[in-house]
Structures are given as C-alpha cells and as structure tokens.
Ligand binder design. Structure first.
Ligand code: FDA
Length: 496
C-alpha cells in the first residue's frame, strides 16, 4: 500500500528478478516484487489461460488496438487484426528503427519465449561478458541455472521419427547437404509431456502450436520454477499490474513511485513506497528506459555516463526458404524449436530452425538467426515527447543479413531453392524490423560494478539482460539467469 516500507523491492519478474528474489529470500530477506503485467492465473472465456498462436485475441498484446504479429503476412495476405486494448502478454514495443518483442506478466519473457535454453560455447564467452571469469560461470553458475530452469533434451530417437519435428529434419537435411554443423539444442519445455501430446495421451499445447502468447501446459516458465520456489519460502510477495515510474533517494532509503493499472491499462492509483534496496529487473529495455529517464530528469543524477549505452539486438534476423514439393515441412509442427545450424565461427550466424505452426502445409522452412552484428544503440531521454528513444536504425541489420546469407545463400544454391518473399510484407525476404533478444543499456562493469551495483547509489542494482553488452552468441536467457546467480551470491555475501 501507499507509504509502505520494504527491505527489498524488485522491479520486474523475469529471469533476473526471479533469481534475485529466490536467493535473497533463502538468505532470510523479505522481498516485494512489482510486475506491470498480469498474473496469468485465471482462464478466459474459452477456459484457457493463454490464447493460441493461430488465433490472437484480447489477451495477446500489451496495450495495442491491433495485433503486430512477427510474421505479418502469409501468401501475400496481411494477418494482423483489431483487438481490444488490454494488458496482454506480448509487448511489441516500437522504437524508430526496431520493434522489440517482450513478455508482460509474472514470469516476464519466460511466458512467451521459445524455451531454447542454450549455454554459449566457452570459446565465445569472452565476447559475451568480457569482465566475467569464464571458469566460475562454466563450473558453477551455468550448471546452477540449467538445473533450476529445468533444462532438458529432446530424445533423439523420438525426434527422428515424430511428425511434429519433420520441419526440423528437413532443416537438418538441407544444412548437412551444404556441410553446415547442425545441433540439437536443449529447451525448458518438458519433453516427456510433448511425447505424450504427440501420442495423444495429454492435452496438446506445443504440438497444437502454442507459443508467443503463452503456453498452457508443458513449458517450465518461471512461475513453475524459480518463482514457485521463491514463493514457497514465504518471504516473497509479488504484486501484478503495478508499474514503477520513479526511484529517488529519500535519506538513506529509496522512494519508489508506482502506478497501479487495470487490465485495460488505465492508471487507477499512484503510490509511493520506500525500500532499503532496489533491484532493477525490468528487462534490458525496461531497466534502461527507467535509468535513462531517472538520470536525465535529475531523479538519480549521480548515475554515470554509461547509462543507456551498449544496447544490441543479439543480431536477430528472420527469413524463410521455399522448399520443393518433395520436401514438405509438415502440417503439424510443434512450436518448440530444438535445432540449429551453427556457422558462428566461419560466418557469424547461428540459425534456429523455427516452426511455422499454421496447421497447413506451407513448404516453407523458417529460421531465426542470431548473428554477430557489431552495431550498438543508445537510449536517450526525449524531454519534448516525454519518452525514452532508442538510436537503433533499421539499416544496422545489414551485417546480420550478410551473416545469415552465409548459410542460406549456400543452401538455396545447393538445393535449387529461393527465399520466401511473402512472410514479412510484399516481396520482403528479411525480417529485419524486430528483435526477440534485447540486451544491454546498463552494461556490467560500465554502468555498474562487476557485480551489478549501480555506480553512484549504494543499494541500487541491475540484475537483468540490461547488463549484457548486446550479444550472447546464442539465445540469451540461460546467460541472463547464470549471471544473476553469480551476482546475487556476491551481493548477499558482501552487502547484506
Ligand atoms: P524480462 O523481459 O524477462 O522481464 C522483465 C519484466 O519486467 C517483465 O515481466 C516486464 O513486464 C516487467 N517490467 C518492465 N518494466 C516494468 C516497470 N516499469 N514496472 C514493473 N514491471 C516492469 N530467449 C532464449 O534464451 N530462448 C528462447 O527460445 C527465446 N525465445 C523468445 C521468443 C520471444 C517471442 C521473445 C519475446 C523472447 C524470447 N527470448 C528467448 C528472450 C528471453 O525471453 C529474454 O531474453 C528474457 O526474458 C529477458 O530476461 P530479463 O530478466 O532480462 O527480463
């Protein structure tokens, strides 16, 4: 309530926030988490908590009146449609040069993501987090993160034969015929549950195409892992539909301004609470926007000049390939990706073979590539418009396209196939307008010390993807989780 005091406030309930809350609670500290999205515990009128990818509805988008589907078109037809403005689960946040997709609700990105749980190859770690000792990460914190997240592997024998991974096997065949390394990657989706779905003995979820707008069954999202264990300590309270707008110094404490939202996104109350310590876990974009605004408006003037800098898109770029009629990818495609083409060392690209769970045969192979794009953007405060801008430009994706082409030009030439031009708008090959993997903006050892303590303000910490300088070489959430485990262990030992 208004005027309350808490020892620790955590802003956001994604990976960084969930790790932080669990470990602080286990150390005997009472933690209050604020989350601007919904709790996602109550079924809608169809009896399901989350809507299907094929039928987005009022639950699907964060405060938009029209959907903004990552694949905007199919066979030339635009797919987007009007929806009522609602505190939905997927935010398609638009900046001038890029749309950044993010999860909204208790669990953050874990609610909407593909669950690919990939640890970077150790030889690449120096480029991911240059100030962090790789030995401690690979010996202690990556294993800890993998265990707590419930990372598991698909049974290769089952993967070889089941209908719902035909699209991935076609992806492998084409990769291998062009001599690319092809790897199965771990996931947090419960692979035994998926086997039962495919066998018809459990309610279908991934096999029915659920992804992007939540998953009703097999995905081990944060509310089933870290947050369940955090709540079980009895020391963690989580309040949904509360958005933090300000943090300032108040004597030896911090004062936090919070807007309470209704499910249409209207502000129904504004409250001020105080805390001894505040952990920024609002995600790369959420944390960077808050800190950029607070520094520029004088709320936290002593934050250093690194705030807002070093933001990258993890080199995300999408494309589709048109297959020959003898290479169907299947009418049933599980939404959970398990495989990728690794051309990182030679070409700077790791391409996930992604599903197109349309329910019909598309003869398309679809890929989300993570590339070594060197471009980095900055968040700045736009006082006239009362908002935070991001300097990323669409043309900055060109290095990503060039790197992805090291894979797909070669496959197309070997297979005698072409790129699809109908998935992102008319005659557009590359999905270069978006990212799923925002990283950076309050970079470790620059905006903070080497464990996430913000310079200038004892008791303020960054614990999420904002710490990572723009690229993880693979999908990011295992690294975000492992880094949060490393940092909170040190903070508990030294600061409490
Ligand atoms: P995260 O974004 O998870 O959490 C931040 C939370 O803070 C959100 O719940 C937000 O609502 C809340 N918040 C923000 N501002 C606030 C404020 N002012 N007040 C209160 N609350 C606030 N990664 C991966 O490794 N494998 C994968 O397969 C995928 N796939 C994928 C698909 C899609 C569609 C998306 C959008 C993303 C992915 N990702 C992914 C990316 C992954 O989900 C992402 O990197 C992490 O969720 C980031 O974790 P963080 O802890 O940094 O923040």
């Amino acid at each position: 309530g208004d005027g309350a005091h808490v020892p620790v406030l955590v802003i956001g309930t994604g990976y960084g926030g969930s790790v932080t809350a669990l470990r602080l609670a286990q150390a005997g500290v009472d933690v209050h988490m604020l989350e601007m999205g919904q709790a996602w515990e109550t079924p809608g009128s169809d009896g399901k908590i989350f809507p299907n990818t094929r039928t987005p509805d009022y639950r699907s988008y964060w405060l938009r009146t029209r959907t903004k589907q990552p694949l905007s078109n199919f066979l030339g037809f635009p797919l987007d449609k009007d929806v009522p403005r609602h505190a939905g689960i997927l935010d398609a946040e638009e900046f001038a040069g890029i749309t950044v997709y993010q999860g909204r609700g208790i669990g953050g990105g874990s609610l909407v993501n593909g669950g690919m749980a990939v640890t970077p190859r150790r030889e690449h770690f120096g480029s991911v987090l240059p100030s962090v000792n790789p030995a401690e990460m690979y010996d202690v914190y990556y294993p800890r993160a993998n265990a707590e997240l419930g990372v598991n592997h698909v049974d290769p024998a089952w993967w070889e034969t089941v209908d719902c991974y035909q699209y991935a096997r076609v992806g492998r065949k084409h990769a291998q015929r062009s001599n690319f390394a092809f790897t199965l990657v771990p996931n947090v989706y419960d692979m035994n549950y998926m086997k039962q779905e495919a066998a018809g003995t459990a309610t279908k979820s991934a096999v029915d195409g659920e992804i992007l707008y939540g998953n009703n069954h097999g995905k081990k999202s944060l509310p089933k892992t870290y947050l369940a264990r955090a709540r079980a300590t009895g020391r963690v309270r989580i309040t949904p539909l509360h958005r933090v707008t300000s943090v300032t110094r108040a004597g030896t404490r911090y004062a936090i301004v919070v807007e309470q939202l209704d499910t249409s996104g209207n502000v129904t109350a504004t409250k001020t609470v105080t805390a001894d310590r505040v952990f920024f876990a609002a995600g790369s974009v959420g944390t960077s926007k808050l800190l950029t605004k607070l520094k520029a408006t004088g709320a936290l003037p002593n934050l250093n000049g690194e705030i807002g800098k070093g933001w990258g898109d993890n080199g995300n770029v999408m494309c589709g390939r048109a297959n020959h009629l003898w290479d169907p990818t299947g009418t049933v495609q599980t939404s959970i990706p398990t495989a990728g083409i690794d051309n990182w060392a030679a070409g700077g690209a790791f391409a996930e073979v992604a599903p197109l769970p349309t329910g019909i045969e598309t003869w398309a192979s679809f890929y989300l590539s993570i590339t070594k794009n060197p471009n980095r953007a900055q968040f700045t405060w736009n006082a006239a418009a009362n908002r935070v801008d991001l300097s990323w430009q669409t043309a900055w994706k060109q290095p990503s396209i060039t790197m992805a082409k090291t894979i797909f030009d070669k496959i197309n030439s070997k297979e005698g196939t072409i790129y699809r031009t109908d998935l992102f708008g008319a005659y557009k090959i590359w999905g270069d307008h978006l990212t799923y993997h925002p990283l950076g903006g309050a970079v470790l050892n620059k905006a903070t010390d080497n464990h996430g303590r913000l310079h200038g303000y004892p008791g303020l910490y960054v614990v999420d993807g904002a710490l990572i300088p723009g690229n993880t070489t693979v999908n990011p959430f295992v690294t975000i989780t492992a880094l949060a485990e490393r940092n909170i262990e040190r903070i508990i030992a030294e600061d409490l």
